[in-house]
Design a protein around this ligand. Sequence first.
Ligand code: ZN
Length: 349
Amino acid sequence: MLLVEPRRLACNKLPIQPVDKGGWLAIEATGISGADVQMWKGDRPDVLYPLVLGHQVVGRIAVSDGSLPFEVGTRVVVEPELRCGVCSRCTNKVGGCRNRRPVNSYGRLPSTEPPGLWGGLAEFLYLDPSCRMHAVSDDVSAEVATFIHPLAAGYTWAVELAALLPSERVMVLGPGPRGLACVLAALGAGAEWVGVSGLDVDEDRLRTASNLGAHLTVNATTEDVAESVADHLGSRPDVVIDVTSDDPEAMFTALDLVRSGGRVVLASTKGNRPVHFFSDLIVTKQLTVRGALGATTAGYTWASEQAATDKRIDHLVSHQFPLGESQRALQAAAGILGHEELISVAVTF
Ligand SMILES: [Zn+2]
């Protein structure tokens, strides 16, 4: 399903070319993320069309040149980001490899980049020799395995980047799949208290956060988040994570809400718009502010193991669509088809 231009998907046949290096993955399922929705809508300025969307891929290795870390037939999740290992981003060990444009990542590379199949909304994905993959148990259904992707981000953001210690208190702004993943990861790492805020439309996701073990959920449309947290916790959280969707206000809330000396993880972009804010708050409160982009390999290792053992994850993929209904899958993930019972969306094959 080629995204020819914003909001226009077309069923296409791209040949599976013989490749010198790497291999091919037979895709079983692909999760739809907020970033996919933004690219489908045309809200990302750096996207080159046409492209095959989808970076939360689960599948089975169908062809390998022998250099891949697993045998043909192994079921894997593939990390979205590719790394050349030599560009400045790679040598500085940060994401966003610049080796291929606009971003060296599955679901982002245009289909004009050979061999063309760089996204999860297709039957096959090219396995670049630099891709990293993780084996997934056959006991985990394909759609549930797509949740390994947000789960890996949750661990990276709430545990690794937040440098979370057991018995600390964590507030998560935004109850989307990655926000819920932050809840699971923080609780798994021994957080003493976890709160989550969302909007009116997030009622079902906030209920899910409670079911996963969150101690407080706040409807930010009708309640004051800072007041609710103060009432419930009696103090300020050690860590606040902004996992909202394109909401500049959430950054101010995060900086305001966190305790002095605390950590703020910003995992949400603000639509490429300039945001004016009061930076003295960072100085006077002596905060650590971390930008978060994607998940680490350690996050994927944790998430792959967690998916095989944590039955709560089975309920986090609420909507499934066949490949031919990718347009509806994107509409569902965008909330256009309604928010009732919407947790996360997968396209399955
Ligand atoms: Zn690189």
